[in-house]
Design a protein around this ligand. Sequence first.
Ligand code: HSE
Length: 429
Amino acid sequence: MKKVKIAILGFGNVGTGVWKILLENKKEIMKRSNYEIEVAKILIKDINKKRDIIVSKEILTDNIDDIINDESIKIVVELIGGCDDAKEYMIRVMKAKKHIVTANKLVIANWSDELFKIAEKEKVLFYYEASVAGGIPIIREINESLTANRIQQIIGIINGTTNYILSKMTNDGISFDEALKEAQEKGYAEADPTSDVDGYDAVYKLAIMASLSFGTKINHDAIYREGIRNISSLDIKYAKKFGYTIKLLAIAKEESNKLELRVHPTLVPTIHPMANVNDVFNSIMIKGNAVGELMLYGRGAGDLPTGSAVVGDIISILRNNVKPSDVSDASEQSNLKEIKKSEENESKFYIRLNINNKVGVLRDVAKVFAENNISIISVTEDVRHDDYAPLAFITHKSSEKNIKNSLEKIKWLENINKIESIIRIESFN
Ligand code: HSE
């Protein structure tokens, strides 16, 4: 049996998951890769820190040079996260002719072009399956299984933290703040939850998937983004009444060579499988012109699910069934595609107003919608209060521009207190 030495940069949640899988599934991994894998070095910040996992002190180092300069190490697994150090280490590792496996969505979403070019030049492999949706094998799906297709759309729940929060709000009737606190206590949400709840994490992951699927370089800044902080219990209640469940969706569609890219809270028909993806689970639906619709479901985070994707990449490198030139698809993506402005997008909308409970308000609002070519499917009003009432609408498919123009007028109508919510609806067609 051949032997191969690898190094792991970072020994947090995912790093220890990788270690456990290599130990627990050693026999299977040896059989499938034809190699015995030895973790020769682990880069950590504090060598003396107490750990749950027993690891020989000899393999721990706080100096990246110990790994870069060790010619016997052939594969480096980058799991330190963040940006600057991770990117610099990856470049140095590749220049030392070592293959890379990473789970770092931030680095891939920002610098894939530069990194893939270096990988190509140095003739090393660069794998990043774990960077999107943890244990769900989405990158390989797009890069290998679906290469016969023209991908038409990707719609996904790709952030477990927000899905947990929205599931709790929907199923237990609690507020955003209460659900966020619970997510933090369970270790799903960070102390500073910005990256998850404001949609940045999902934007990075969408940029990676969409770049690969549509054969173009997508700058994550070009993706429309809205988080879930403003979703209220009342919206969840009305959505339910109209037959919908609120989810944070990442959406990428290509139509007539133009791309539509957005991450935002969305009303999903409750009968659609995507509405029933709950808690921290992720799900991604892809539509290809040959395969049709395809849906993946699984754990988007966690030590073992993410570790599963990382170790899968290590085995792929050892099998070497993909040549270095094949892994640099993204660097060859010279045909930049136009990204639609958000106001060009069209969808059905859910709109909730706070109005004074007076005769004629509904008529006035409906008139403005009609003047802007917006047709209403359903209305619901809660008249439990004497003087004010929430009034919620579902519209037919309309352009964002028309919706914006109408609301600009509606907000100044007599007896309109506030436009509380505007949430897009996904019809999955
Ligand atoms: N914070 C991410 C999530 C997991 O909540 O899905 C890592 O990508």
